[in-house]
Design a protein around this ligand. Structure first.
Ligand code: THU
Length: 162
């Protein structure tokens, strides 16, 4: 038996003002896009904005349904749009924010497990890192250099080919 240590480094900014211009613009857009969410059930509005390697910007927001499991997270809406419109262009960065109509929106959002898996899949597909910028409407911002850092020991298609 041996112990394995998984090391995870990320950047923590006190607020959006510490970010470089492109990153702060992206996070502001993600904050704006929370207004496009259709989240009448949770009242938790999420916005995700992707910057592609060619500079194109693709946005997504969470889309809920009275049949709850049908609902889609903002991240996967944005990822599916980007992959549909620009299937061969790698994703450079995704900025994610939220507006919690039930409470506060001052802590960086933590993407759900399903979205982490989806991000890991696209990162694997494109073979280059997808950066994440995680924020609320105010407060600290986390910058993570690659999506797979959020999903240690992730399941991938490789497992089916070995
Ligand atoms: N949600 C997202 O869109 N992204 C996340 O990272 C976390 C959760 C959505 C799903 C649901 O519509 C609402 O937020 C509450 O879970």
């Amino acid at each position: 038996m041996e112990k394995q240590l998984q090391h995870f480094e990320y950047l923590v900014y006190n607020d959006i003002n510490g970010l470089e211009d492109t990153d702060s613009w992206l996070l502001k857009e993600a904050r704006e896009v929370t207004q496009h969410a259709y989240a009448p059930y949770s009242r938790f509005q999420v916005g995700a904005v992707i910057k592609l390697a060619n500079g194109e910007i693709i946005a997504g927001s969470n889309q809920e349904n009275a049949s709850f499991p049908i609902g889609l997270c903002a991240e996967r809406v944005a990822l599916a749009s980007a992959a549909s419109v620009y299937p061969d262009i790698p994703i450079d960065t995704i900025a994610i924010s939220y507006h919690n109509l039930n409470g506060t929106s001052t802590h960086p959002i933590s993407p759900c497990g399903m979205c982490r898996q989806a991000l890991a899949e696209y990162e694997m597909k494109q073979q280059t890192p997808i950066r994440l910028i995680l924020g609320g409407l105010s407060g600290q911002v986390f910058v993570i250099s690659r999506a797979n850092d959020l999903l240690p020991l992730s399941f991938s298609g490789n497992a089916m080919n070995t």
